[in-house]
Ligand binder design. Structure first.
Ligand code: PEP
Ligand code: MN
Length: 376
């Protein structure tokens, strides 16, 4: 059961303590407090775990500070959508709003290589009107002899460049708990010129200890990649691990499934699952066309498969796009063959804009039709 408190409830107030005291006396029930920071207000939600079946909803809603009560009906207690659950599906981070209703493009380097490439990329991203990017410093690689990323040594100049170009959020994969501290310390040392969204890669979707560690901090939001060889349900449970530890600022990323049935694409594109994730959970949904398709091949109409896949995802309501770009893809140390060139970014964004407009018109059409039906 979830108790949703009145916006901006003061956690020092006597009413708040009275309510918590009451909850602590309920037999077999544990209360966990979650704070959700929105742009305008702070929302506090109390998750009641354990023997909640016997609790009386009207009694709970009558407690001080409690505004609404939601009875949890599905597995994803915190991130899921439940019956009569109209909790907001959005969060703000470093001035950027993430929700199931909007769309952000994170274009950047798969792997940080040189300061010049980082700076050229940041400039192109900012000139294209974007305020978010991706920059891999810690790269999990299949081959132990392949470039593993510069690690913490590149963080100072990556963050400095981001700040100089007004980039607000960098998606950056972490593969080990120690990386969180390295990122935190480097951001502090640089004077917090930008923000970081921690990325959990597809190889770590079920690394439960890493999930717990990342979930225990609330400084950074998290981008969780779907596991490439497990069910959707298993990946959504991985997201719930983050939330159950305290961090519910989670974005779920579809990045394709590993099967030869997807050949000749690098992975089998799974963007048809966007509406499924939005229906089952309140997480914004990201698509990664670069790692899904994995190359720059184009159809006879001149449009790259990667752009077709992106458009399909955006037309279906995607909320974020993770895209590999590179100033000189032939020199990239990781995933060069799938990177767009910087001069292709405005074309890509215009294509995305067309698809987003189509999605918004489809959404309006559905809402008009359903409203009309309800009137009849
Ligand atoms: C990445 O985005 O750089 C990456 C390695 O992706 P994935 O974990 O989806 O393979
Ligand atoms: Mn990559």
């Amino acid at each position: 059961m979830i108790l949703i408190l009145a916006p901006d409830t003061d956690r020092e107030s006597p009413q708040y303590h009275e309510m918590l005291d009451h909850l602590s006396r309920l037999p077999g029930v544990t209360a966990r407090v979650h704070q959700v920071q929105g742009r305008e207000q702070t929302l506090t939600e109390i998750y009641l775990l354990g023997n909640t079946a016997a609790l009386d909803e009207s009694e709970m809603v009558a407690l001080p500070c409690v505004e609404r009560v939601v009875r949890v009906s599905a597995d994803y207690r915190i991130l899921g959508r439940h019956k009569d659950d109209n909790r907001a599906a959005h969060f703000a981070y470093n001035g950027v709003d993430f929700s199931q209703d909007n769309l952000h493009v994170f274009a950047g380097l798969c792997a940080v290589d040189t300061p010049e490439h980082v700076d050229q990329t940041m400039r192109a991203v900012a000139e294209a009107g974007l305020s978010c990017t991706r920059m891999g410093a810690y790269k999990p690689r299949t081959n132990p002899y392949a470039f593993q990323g510069h690690g913490k040594s590149c963080l100072p100049w990556v963050f400095e460049s981001a700040g100089r170009h007004g980039i607000k959020v960098i998606a950056m994969e972490v593969t080990h708990d120690g990386h969180l501290e390295e990122i935190h310390d480097a951001l502090e040392a640089a004077g917090r010129p930008t923000g970081v969204m921690l990325q959990i890669g597809t190889r770590n979707t079920q690394n439960f200890e890493l999930l717990k560690h990342v979930g225990r901090q609330t400084d950074f939001p998290v981008l969780l990649k779907r596991g490439f060889g497990i069910t959707l349900e298993e990946s959504l449970n991985a997201a719930e691990y983050l939330a159950s530890e305290g961090n519910s600022r989670v974005i779920f990323c579809l990045r394709g499934m590993k099967t030869h049935l997807g050949d000749p694409h690098r992975n089998f594109v799974d963007f048809t699952h966007i509406p499924v994730v939005k229906r089952l959970t309140r997480m914004p949904v990201c698509i990664d066309p670069s790692h899904s398709v994995g190359s720059r091949v184009a159809s006879p109409d001149g449009i790259m498969d990667m752009m077709h896949a992106t458009a399909q995802g955006v037309v279906a309501g995607a909320n974020m796009i993770l895209l590999d770009v590179h100033p000189a893809p032939q020199k990239a140390l990781v995933d060069g063959p799938q990177a767009l060139r910087l001069e292709e970014l405005p074309w890509f964004l215009e294509d995305v804009r067309l698809a987003r407009e189509a999605y918004e018109r489809r959404r309006d059409l559905a809402q008009r039709f359903l409203a009309e039906q309800n009137r009849q």
